[in-house]
Design a protein. Structure first.
Length: 202
């Protein structure tokens, strides 16, 4: 699995530490970094100092990076247990499947190193298990995770990607270009819609 280049998030704008490219150039730059085999970490700064780049003394509010199963199993399970099992009432037997070992995972951590979000990319071009713990929501963590997963799909050469979205989150995925298709359905008692995205459009 190739990794994603170093990104800094400034109140919704995104800039590369090394090149100064802005959000509109995110896709092209991330693709190039992946082709070069660069490891990319995503950083979000709460109060960036003046100037193009944050100073060394600036502490990131969170970072997003690739994760591996089983090396990062404990952290991945912590997030998914808190969100899906404890908060949404998903039975543990349904949350833990046999697919994790074959998936590409990303993990978000806060400034203290605690796991706060995750997502996975399956071999069959599906994104799943997108989750951010309650205390970290509204800070761009979910968007950073999605950017990382989409970078992985582009690096793999996938033509499109699909996901199963809880209906309350449709608007979030639509911001990335995902389009819903098919009828609404229940998954573990929660309303969902299937969505897909052509990678050339993201």
């Amino acid at each position: 699995m190739a990794a994603f280049g170093t990104w800094n998030f400034f109140d919704g704008a995104l800039e590369s530490r090394s090149s100064g490219h802005h959000f509109s150039e995110t896709k092209a730059l991330s693709d190039e970094l992946v082709r070069r085999g660069k490891t990319v970490r995503l950083y979000c700064y709460r109060d960036p100092p003046a100037g193009r780049f944050p100073g060394a003394e600036t502490i990131p509010t969170f970072s997003v990076s690739p994760a591996k199963w089983p090396e990062d199993t404990q952290s991945l399970r912590e997030v998914r247990t808190a969100v899906f099992i404890e908060e949404q009432g998903v039975p543990p037997a349904l949350e833990w499947d046999d697919l994790d070992a074959d998936c590409a995972h990303v993990l978000a951590r806060d400034a203290a190193g605690d796991a706060i979000g995750t997502g996975r990319l399956l071999p069959d071009r599906k994104i799943g298990r997108m989750a951010v713990v309650q205390r970290a929501r509204g800070q761009g963590v979910g968007a950073a995770i999605m950017q990382a997963l989409l970078a992985m799909t582009r690096e793999r050469g996938d033509a499109e990607v699909e996901l199963s979205a809880q209906t309350h989150a449709l608007g979030f995925y639509e911001k990335f270009g995902f389009v819903a298709f098919g009828d609404e359905y229940l998954d573990v008692g929660i309303p969902h819609r299937s969505m897909r995205l052509r990678i050339t459009e993201c």
